[in-house]
Design a protein around this ligand. Structure first.
Ligand SMILES: Cc1cc2nc3c(=O)[nH]c(=O)nc-3n(C[C@H](O)[C@H](O)[C@H](O)COP(=O)(O)OP(=O)(O)OC[C@H]3O[C@@H](n4cnc5c(N)ncnc54)[C@H](O)[C@@H]3O)c2cc1C
Length: 394
């Protein structure tokens, strides 16, 4: 029997990872992306060994190792004194202990590398999904430009406001957490000769600033914050911030932090959004991954990592069960992803990750292709506990 055609909605990091991995396993994949094209969004991203092992399968590991910054340590520092309150070994230690490198890179460069890893012509740009109809024998996808496409399996990798999630579970906006993230990327030359950490998180009671290089040459520096802000206008994805606003938010912080603010040419601000763990990840021929399924605060730097791990696990489950029995493959996928994704959502929500000298092996040593699989009926209890914890924390 021929393999069903797979349509992936959304060419973000989760969607392109799914396409690249599934094409390498011989699947017929098409990606539909609402944006007319991609630009180099001003942001950095951490790529832990758990992600780099997946990049090895896609063939991007070497290019990323050449492109990214390789911090020896993750430092946590006191907001006023700069005292190191935790020092987590990365660098060679990560390579030996967790089986791949720990990198920080420019998000746009990473995304470009990933989109280049899918076969030419796979991504259809300017295709904004409007409605979905699962007839039982196929899925009909209608786009806002009036075009209609048909697929055998549809993967919703369409982010926090997912249309596929809405089709499965009804319209419900994500929850604003009461926190925003400021982001700035700038030439490291603006910092002069003063030495800066390769990867550091500055913490005070209710806010933080995470700072790292995004290139191997260390010529671009990046920060991302977590700062309380009571309100955020619904439906607005980001807005401009300013040095004045940042100086007020980080008043009393160490001079190194204030200097970063002072040299920032421009600063943006993003709402941090969450959802409680979903009661289902799939129905019929439709399945979710990434932020469509488990959006989280970015405080573990693992949101995209979870999307990419989802993509890899779904590919593995297609290998295990086959795509003809897509219901069985989806059940196996959810059974092997929901507990981990919910736990990462909860730790991200609590913003405790690496604040003390904890062992990060449960995140970094994870190898999605070699972890023993659990059967769907065995997974239930573990998932319920994580789901209840996040709902209670929210
Ligand atoms: C401030 C901040 C910092 C972060 N830092 C990190 C980090 O260091 N490490 C990390 O792992 N994660 C980080 N994250 C989280 C990470 O960005 C997300 O978890 C990740 O991007 C999710 O990937 P995704 O593919 O599921 O969704 P997205 O990246 O949101 O991609 C969804 C795609 O679907 C498209 N789309 C949406 N609707 C439609 C439609 N109707 N039709 C067609 N296409 C559609 C969108 O245009 C988009 O391209 C951070 C997040 C924030 C906010």
């Amino acid at each position: 029997m021929s393999k069903p055609r797979i349509a992936i909605i959304g060419a973000g990091l989760g969607g392109v990872a799914a396409a690249a991995l599934m094409q390498r396993r011989g699947h017929d994949v098409r990606l539909y992306e609402q944006a007319p094209a991609f630009s180099r969004l001003g942001a950095g991203i951490h790529l832990g060994p758990n992600v780099m092992k997946i990049m090895r399968r896609i063939g991007c590991e070497d290019a990323l190792n050449t492109m990214g910054s390789h911090p020896d340590y993750w430092y946590s520092r006191d907001w006023q004194t700069a005292e190191a309150i935790s020092q987590i070994p990365l660098g060679d230690y990560a390579l030996k202990t967790y089986g791949a490198s720990y990198l920080t890179v420019h998000r746009g460069d990473f995304h470009k590398l990933m989109t280049d890893a899918v076969a030419p012509g796979t991504i259809a740009f300017g295709k904004c999904l409007q409605s979905v109809e699962d007839t039982g024998s196929e899925v009909r996808l209608t786009f806002t430009d009036g075009s209609v496409e048909v697929a055998g399996i549809v993967i919703g990798a369409d982010g926090v406001n997912s249309k596929i999630r809405e089709h499965l579970l009804g319209a419900e906006p994500p929850r604003y957490t009461g926190y925003v993230a400021h982001r700035a990327v700038f030439p490291a030359s603006l910092l002069g000769n003063h030495p800066y950490d390769m990867c550091v998180k500055w913490w005070s009671q209710d806010r933080h600033m995470m700072v790292y290089y995004v290139t191997e040459k260390r010529d671009e520096y990046y920060y991302v914050t977590g700062v309380p802000q009571a309100e955020w206008p619904t439906g607005v994805s980001m807005m401009e911030s300013s040095r004045e606003e940042m100086r007020e938010a980080f008043e009393g912080y160490h001079p190194d932090v204030l200097n970063l603010i002072d040299v920032s040419p421009s600063i943006t601000k993003w709402p941090l959004l969450e959802r409680d763990p979903l009661p289902l990840w799939s129905r019929g021929r439709l399945v979710l991954l990434g932020d469509a399924c488990h959006p989280m605060k970015p405080h573990m730097a693992q949101g995209a990592a979870m999307a990419i791990e989802d993509a890899a696990m779904l590919t593995r489950c297609f290998d295990e069960v086959g795509t003809t029995d897509y219901t069985g493959a989806f059940a196996l996928y959810e059974a092997n992803r929901a507990a981990r994704a919910s736990k990462v959502q909860l730790v991200s929500h609590n913003n405790t990750w690496l604040r003390t000298n904890e062992d990060p092996a449960w995140v970094f040593a994870y190898d999605v292709f070699n972890v023993p699989l659990v059967a769907p009926q065995e997974a239930g209890a573990k998932q319920d506990a994580s789901q209840e914890a996040l709902s209670a924390a929210g």
